[in-house]
Design a protein around this ligand. Structure first.
Ligand code: AKG
Ligand code: FE2
Length: 266
């Protein structure tokens, strides 16, 4: 199966909707321009600098995942709740293009700025000594269960800040698993512990400026890059869209359990 090169329009086409409903994932090419992404990356780097200065360990209880380049420069491999700390990031994400994607899942969904893990920014770099260069099989929705909450529908919308070709590793997903039962979601694979390729998986590659959506019940993992250093650099931003009762996280709260699990295997 190949993921088609769809273009985001104010109204989804029948073909786009059918693809999304059948597979639980979709990719839109070039939703943001290079210049717009460069601007957003600048805002992210500004926030990162502030966190580095503060020697910040957590945001809303969620740990920042710190890394270092081989020459000792710190950077953050994963940080959550970005839009709660940067007006610039929040403004970019309020663009009408992101509202247009709501047509795929419904107007009752909202962008989770201070719920779940908020807006998450990933920065993958494979290098000697890197401790965070892949992520085992998981479903994003399972975080609800770790948060002690009822499983509510969620969609994860990814915005690519760099190209993400096959050699950078990246998302591998099993199309169609978004229709699985909660039981299958809990037991189908060992969350975060299993990194083995699956015969059903497909690679979700992307280019800078592309937008992807995947259902919170879909099995996926992040494969390790086959290249190292600068060539492996891969950055993206994820927005969770949720519905149901609002469940804001506590800015001073403790880390949810799944972070300990991820921490053990990361
Ligand atoms: O590498 C990616 O783009 C996906 C990461 C991911 O699945 C996650 O952080 O939940
Ligand atoms: Fe995920």
């Amino acid at each position: 199966m190949q993921i088609p090169d769809f273009t985001l329009q104010p109204q989804p086409t029948a073909e786009q909707l059918a693809f999304w409903l059948e597979h639980g994932c979709i990719r839109f090419r070039g939703v943001m321009t290079e210049a717009e992404i460069d601007d957003l990356v600048d805002a992210i780097d500004e926030l990162q600098r502030a966190f580095i200065e503060q020697d910040r360990k957590t945001v809303y209880g969620t740990p920042l995942r710190w890394s270092k380049t081989p020459d000792g420069q710190p950077f953050i491999s994963r940080f959550a709740f970005a839009s709660m700390y940067s007006e610039r990031i929040r403004e970019v994400l309020s663009d009408a293009r992101f509202t247009a994607i709501q047509a795929f899942f419904g107007e009752e969904y909202r962008l989770a700025h201070d719920e779940k893990d908020g807006v998450v920014i990933n920065h993958w770099l494979r290098q000697p000594g890197s401790t965070y260069s892949r992520l085992g099989w998981h479903t994003d929705g399972l975080r609800d269960i770790f948060l002690g909450q009822k499983l509510e529908p969620m969609l994860n919308v990814g915005l690519y800040l760099t190209d993400s070709g096959l050699d950078k590793g990246g998302v591998r997903l099993i199309p169609g698993t978004h229709t699985q039962s909660t039981w299958q979601m809990l037991t189908g694979k060992l969350h975060f512990l299993d990194n083995r390729p699956d015969p059903r998986e497909i690679a979700l590659t992307a280019r800078k400026g592309d937008l992807t959506i995947h259902d919170g019940r879909l099995w996926h993992r992040t494969a390790q890059a086959t290249v190292e250093g600068e060539a492996s650099r891969r950055r993206n931003l994820y927005m969770a869209w949720v519905k149901g009762p609002r469940k804001p996280r506590d800015p001073n709260g403790a880390a949810p359990l799944y972070h300990h699990l991820q921490g053990l295997v990361g």
